[in-house]
Design a protein around this ligand. Structure first.
Ligand SMILES: [Zn+2]
Length: 221
């Protein structure tokens, strides 16, 4: 039987969101034109559509274990992430790519802990071997914030890897595509944004320079 959770969720969608967004869906049936590609982790707690409060058609989203962008390489066999990046940039012409990391990332932890394979294929182990350059950037592995630093470093590494795709590098250098990094705090609700010059992560601010965080925005009613 189809999962009740999803059946009831769909009922709520039909009763609430779909009536209010049906015109938008009708438009989207003809074409999609998202401006932003988000590359995030498949972790169930880090849904870009929820965090950024967007409707249908607004974000093109790629999710994989540990929000990893592999370096551009044409060998091997299957390139799910690279294929989706290629489509978003070359066909949809997105103007922003956001790599979204998050706190308590199981993929990063699996790499750091040298976790045992979950199946003979060791799919996770092979995939998260791409975290290695981030490990080298994260510094002292005995420090208490090591995993957080590795999560940040992986966002930076994915951005670096994006630049190895010629069609991305060309657009970035032409100023028609902009690369960003961010990190979501899960329990805290904090969203940190990567400074492109320093590589540091700091709380996001709005266009007026106001810091957006649960501490500054949540009002008790
Ligand atoms: Zn994760």
């Amino acid at each position: 039987m189809f999962p009740d959770k999803l059946t009831e969720g769909y009922r709520a969608f039909l009763e609430n969101r779909f009536p209010s967004e049906s015109r938008r869906y009708a438009q989207l049936a003809r074409t999609q034109d998202p401006d932003v590609l988000v590359i995030g982790c498949c972790d169930s707690r880090v849904s870009p559509e929820v965090i950024f409060d967007v409707g249908p058609g607004e974000l093109f989203v790629i999710r994989n274990v540990a929000n990893i962008v592999p370096p551009c390489e044409t060998g091997g066999e299957y390139h799910g992430t690279s294929a989706a990046i290629e489509f978003a940039v070359q066909a949809l012409a997105v103007t922003h790519i956001v790599v979204l990391g998050h706190a308590t990332c199981g993929g990063i932890k699996a790499y750091a802990d040298k976790a045992k394979p979950l199946s003979p294929g060791n799919f996770i182990g092979k995939w998260v071997s791409l975290v290695k350059p981030a490990e080298e950037k994260a510094g002292d592995s005995s420090a208490p914030d090591y995993l957080t630093r590795m999560e940040h470093a992986m966002v930076s590494q994915s951005i670096e890897n994006l630049m190895t795709f010629p069609f991305i590098r060309e657009r970035v250098e032409a100023g028609t595509l902009h690369l960003h990094g961010a990190h979501f705090g899960v329990a805290s609700g904090d969203l940190l944004v990567r400074n492109a010059e320093t590589g540091d992560f700091a709380p996001i601010t709005d266009a007026a320079g106001q810091r957006l965080s649960p501490a500054t925005l949540i009002r008790c009613t």
